[in-house]
Design a protein around this ligand. Sequence first.
Ligand code: COA
Length: 331
Amino acid sequence: MGLYGARIAGVGHYAPERIVSNADFEKMFDTSDEWIVSRTGMKERRYSPDDVASSDLATRAAKHALERAGLAADEIDCFIVATVTPDYLFPATACIVASNLKQAGKPAFDIEIACSGFIYGLPIAASFVRSGVFHRVMIIGVETLSKIINMEDRGSAILFGDGAGATIVERVAAADDCFLACELGADGSNPKLLYQPAGGSREPSSIAAIEQRRDKVHMEGREIFKVAVNRMVETAKVVLERAQLTPADVKWLIPHQANLRIIEAAAKRLHVERDRTVINIEKYGNTSSASIPMALSELIGRGSLHDGDVILFTGFGGGLSWGSIVWRWAA
Ligand SMILES: CC(C)(COP(=O)(O)OP(=O)(O)OC[C@H]1O[C@@H](n2cnc3c(N)ncnc32)[C@H](O)[C@@H]1OP(=O)(O)O)[C@@H](O)C(=O)NCCC(=O)NCCS
């Protein structure tokens, strides 16, 4: 426990308007709505216009979160963005978002841990406020994955979409702490399971890299599938035990939205029924670090989250990386 406690004061999200359906993919390559729905649960995803970057989506989600929290941007002390699709490799997208919100001068930085961005980002934000370093921290998961999709790889092209989810974490008394437990992990021994080969220091961008589409997402889906379910379930069990809770105490399971079959397998092994599992994958596909905060924001929008509800967040992604958090909702 820290000097103080942490609670979530507001959550918002934003998704670009353009809808890309499974039928749209049927026109681009050899696939079918039936294959995509049965293998992934996805029906639609959102793509950003060419002139829209991650900071634009993040700023919209941030404003939504501020509005819901009844806070002004100048009441946020630090801005963190989790993304694998930053505006630029550097500077950090968070710096741009803070300036968009007229908060230039405030601390702002990015974390890059792929689809585990929110699972890592929420504990970082909570630790800042629990230790007294900041009063309020905004953590935004945002992706414009449409910009790095390899349309020549039908196995991965169908999966990804764009979106942003913003969460404001604020200091409360230690006795009112909502951050009950977290367990995080990573294994970089095979980064090529899910990665963007070119554009970094291992393989700087080149004409050959672009011609071979090495500047886009590459993925070994079947391998990731197996690891994902195991890691989500393992860490979820650890955090529940640490918080001295059982699956029956969980009001809402909010998993990373990567694949409906992964979500269903994890939920089944955790003994959490479908009506307690938050799923919006059919509308947005996999939005990486944005998926969990977007799902949380939609749950709040439906009026389904109540004071005292226990939330189990669980996710995994490139790295590989994974983790789970148990959080008590305080209205
Ligand atoms: C990608 C994924 C949906 C593929 O499903 P799968 O059941 O593992 O399918 P496979 O990759 O084994 O491919 C099975 C067949 O379908 C084909 N296929 C792949 N994509 C297809 C598509 N969009 N439409 C039609 N057929 C497709 C393959 O070519 C393969 O054909 P073959 O047997 O003739 O070689 C699944 O592996 C998955 O979701 N993995 C996790 C990926 C993930 O979550 N990544 C993000 C992590 S945050």
